[in-house]
Design a protein around this ligand. Structure first.
Ligand SMILES: Nc1nc(=O)c2c([nH]1)NC[C@@H]1CN(c3ccc(C(=O)N[C@@H](CCC(=O)O)C(=O)O)cc3)C=[N+]21
Length: 396
């Protein structure tokens, strides 16, 4: 059975965590600019679809920043926008001291793309300026890595499908820096290799590219970062619906990485503008079975007894895998080299905290599973926010 890792729960947590900063932000009149491009009627359907995703995402960003008391400038560039016009919009946002952050929604039309580089790096909250941004990866990539982290404390192999794309590169760089064992796959590679991985992260934006032929019950987590709106109003991710029930955990589309990205952006802007020590949102560790455990428990009865044994073993262990290392930085708890044999400490710790066994509640899209986030390891409440500018924020 597959349990959904709910991005909506993460976003709810972030809204609660950062809501108290609203009173400090609102009176300052600080702004965030979100710039996106409207397709022309003559653009090919696949381009229109990408810009539709960009629109959905821009609207979510507007909501998220406004929730924090920022004024969101949602700038829609019409088809036929010239370089000069785009440059002027960027320059204005760069020069306006009230505009604290700028996001250019991808993809921009090809002729405008080079101009993105004009963005003031100090305002580049989504790390669009590779190497010049204060962040190592875009918000989506950071969010993905933080969802992966509680599932990856015993040196698993993590497959990244779409590793050369914008988000994929961010994921690869971040996970590699944390010392993880990676399997990078991109166009032309045999995707069936993902069967050998423990965790699969798919960031291709190619609907249904992962089928039941690729996913396996030993996959403890599959992260689907695809988001392709359909004409009927539904959305498709990288994972085929027919494969949804296969892995142990899955981030669904919608309701998975999209909302996680919003939580990441909220955290970034609060830390940058109000309180560098604002708490992190986090994903709770959950029980899972390793590939080896799955192999031992190949039959149903054996599987049940392995799970039961793991549960029993956990009762004897201390729960130390707290959320302290949830900041998504290089400080991953225990490090990838931590000795996990015979079970995995994360699963044990999670069980100790009252998480259920391997048998899930099944995927109810949008609905938190029975083993979902509880109040037990919530980050501490934020300190009362300091007035912006008072507290030595990052130099700009
Ligand atoms: N510079 C840049 N950064 C991006 O992060 C970026 C981008 N350009 N261009 C477009 C893609 C697409 N993307 C999504 C983010 C969130 C949702 C999201 O929140 N989706 C909700 C559904 C919201 C709804 O349906 O209204 C969900 O998955 O549950 C979707 C899509 C970010 N992108």
């Amino acid at each position: 059975m597959t349990e959904h890792v709910s991005g909506r729960d993460v976003l709810r947590q972030a809204r609660e965590l950062y809501q108290p900063y609203r009173d400090a932000v609102e009176p300052t009149g600080q702004r965030v600019a979100i710039i996106r491009f409207e397709p022309a009627a003559t653009d090919p359907p696949d381009w229109r679809v990408r810009l539709e995703a960009s629109k959905v995402s821009a609207e979510q960003k507007v909501k998220s920043f406004e929730h924090l008391g920022f004024t969101a400038d949602h700038v829609v560039m019409p088809p036929g926008t010239t370089r000069a016009q785009f440059a002027e919009v960027l320059d204005r946002a760069n020069q306006d001291p009230a505009t604290r952050a700028i996001i250019v929604q991808f993809p921009p039309p090809a002729h405008l793309r080079p101009l993105v580089e004009r963005m003031d790096p100090a305002k580049d909250i989504d790390a669009l300026l590779k190497g010049r941004s204060q962040y190592n990866a875009c918000a989506t990539a950071e969010g993905i890595c933080r969802v992966v982290e509680p599932f990856a404390r015993d040196d698993p192999t993590i497959a990244v499908v779409g590793s050369k794309g914008f988000v994929g590169q961010g994921v690869v760089n971040t996970l590699r820096e944390q010392g993880h064992r990676l399997m990078e796959l991109d166009a032309g590679d045999d995707l069936r290799r993902v069967r050998d991985a423990d965790i699969v992260v798919s960031v291709t934006g190619n609907p249904g590219i992962l089928s039941p032929d690729h996913l396996r019950p030993h996959h403890r987590l599959v992260v689907d970062s695809g988001f392709v709106p359909q004409p009927d109003g539904s959305v498709r991710g990288d994972v085929q619906r027919a494969a949804y029930g296969i892995p142990q955990h899955l981030t669904p589309v919608p309701g998975g990485i999209g909302p996680v990205e919003m939580a990441t952006l909220m955290e970034r802007v609060v830390r940058k503008e109000v309180d560098p020590n604002a708490p992190s949102w986090n994903v709770e560790p959950r029980p899972y079975l390793t590939k080896e455990q799955m192999a031992q428990g190949a039959t149903a009865t054996q599987g049940a007894s392995v799970a039961a044994a793991a549960r029993g073993a956990s009762a004897a262990q201390g729960a130390s895998a707290g959320p302290a290392a949830s900041a998504g930085s290089a400080a991953s708890a225990g490090g990838p080299q931590s000795t996990a044999a015979p079970g995995n400490p994360v699963a044990q710790a999670a069980r100790l905290r009252g998480g259920g066994g391997g048998a899930g509640t099944g995927g109810v899209p949008g609905g938190p599973p029975a083993t979902g986030p509880s109040a037990s390891v919530r980050p501490q409440l934020p300190q009362p926010p300091k007035p912006p500018g008072a507290g030595g924020g990052p130099a700009r």
